[in-house]
Design a protein around this ligand. Structure first.
Ligand code: NDP
Length: 259
C-alpha cells in the first residue's frame, strides 16, 4: 500500500531542488500532489513531468494563499519549503553589521512570513478532518548562528519555533494535525549556484564547505525528501513539534569535540 495513497499534498517552492524532490517522492507514494512555486514556467514544467497539478503561489502574498484555499480547500499534507538565502543575486553583505533593513526583511518575508501563511492555510485546510501533517523546511542555520547570513539564520530559527507553536496549538484543539520541522545541512540544489562560484572553483568550494561535515559531502534533495515522507505518513503519528536534522552529522558535535 503506498504510504500517501490518495492524500492531498501541497508543496511550496516545488519547481526545483528540495521541494521538487519532495513532490516527486510524495507522488511515487500515491499522493495527489499540488506543485506550487513563484516561478510559473518552471513550476508548470515540474508538474507536467510528475503528471500533477500546478498552481502559481508566491508564499509572501496573502492573496495567493487565499486563491489556493479556494482552489484546494482540503489538504492532508502541506510542506512549507520555499525559501531564499538573500544571495540569489550574487554575493552581498548579510552580516549583522552591514545587512540592509530591506535585505533583512526580504529574507524574512519569504522564509518566515511565507511559512506563517502556509501554516495558517494548512490549519484551515486540515481542521475539517481534524488531521494532517504540516512540514516546515527550516535549516541547520535555524539552530546555530551564521555570521555571514544573519537574516537567513534568524528567519530559519523563527520557523523552527513557530513549528512548535503550531504543533501545540493544534494539539490543544484536539486535532491530529501534526507540525514538525526539518533542518537540512548543505544539500546540493540550485540554491547553492550563486555561492559555489565559477565551474572551475566549484569542486574546491564544495570540499571546503563540507570539510567540517562528518560525512564529508553535500546531501541530496532525495535524502531530505525521504524524511519529509516519514513525517507526512502515518508512521510519524506520534511526532509533533519535533525537529529532525538531515545534515551529515554536522550538529552532532563541533570541530573542537574530543576524539
Ligand atoms: P532552491 O533555490 O533550489 O529552490 C527554491 C524554490 O523556491 C525555487 O523554485 C524558487 O523559485 C522558489 N521560491 C523562491 N521564493 C519563493 C516565493 N516567494 N514563493 C514561492 N516559491 C519561491 O532551494 P532549495 O531546494 O535548496 O531549498 C528549499 C528549502 O530548503 C528552502 O527553504 C531552503 O532554505 C531550505 N534549505 C536548503 C538547504 C540547502 O543546502 N539547499 C539547507 C537548509 C535548508 P525561484 O527560482 O523563482 O526563486
Amino acid at each position: 500500500m503506498p504510504r500517501l495513497a490518495g492524500r492531498i499534498c501541497v508543496v511550496t517552492g516545488a519547481a526545483r531542488g528540495i521541494g521538487r524532490a519532495i513532490a516527486s517522492r510524495f507522488h511515487q507514494e500515491g499522493g495527489r500532489v499540488l506543485v506550487t512555486d513563484v516561478d510559473a514556467a518552471a513550476g508548470q514544467a515540474a508538474a507536467a513531468e510528475l503528471g500533477s497539478r500546478f498552481l502559481p503561489l508566491d508564499v509572501r502574498q496573502e492573496a495567493d494563499w487565499a486563491r489556493l484555499a479556494e482552489a484546494v480547500p482540503v489538504a492532508d499534507v502541506v510542506v512549507n519549503n520555499a525559501g531564499v538565502t538573500g544571495f540569489e543575486g550574487g554575493p552581498t553583505a548579510h552580516d549583522p553589521e552591514h545587512v540592509s533593513l530591506t535585505a533583512w526583511r526580504e529574507v524574512h518575508r519569504v522564509n518566515l512570513d511565507g511559512t506563517f501563511l502556509g501554516c495558517r492555510y494548512a490549519i484551515g485546510a486540515m481542521k475539517g478532518k481534524g488531521a494532517g501533517s504540516i512540514i516546515n523546511i527550516s535549516s541547520r542555520s535555524g539552530m546555530v548562528g551564521i555570521p555571514g547570513a544573519a537574516a537567513y539564520a534568524s528567519s530559519k530559527a523563527a520557523v523552527r519555533n513557530h513549528t512548535k507553536s503550531v504543533a501545540l496549538y493544534c494539539a490543544q484543539q484536539g486535532w491530529r494535525i501534526r507540525c514538525n520541522s526539518i533542518h537540512p545541512g548543505a544539500i546540493l540544489t540550485p540554491m547553492w549556484d550563486a555561492m559555489l562560484g565559477e565551474p572551475a572553483e566549484r569542486e574546491q568550494n564544495m570540499a571546503e564547505i563540507t570539510a567540517d561535515t562528518p560525512l564529508k559531502r553535500f546531501g541530496t534533495p532525495d535524502e531530505v525528501a525521504a524524511v519529509a515522507l516519514l513525517l507526512a505518513s502515518d508512521e510519524a503519528a506520534y511526532m509533533t513539534g519535533a525537529e529532525l536534522s538531515v545534515d551529515g552529522g554536522l550538529l552532532a558535535g563541533s570541530a573542537a569535540s574530543p576524539k
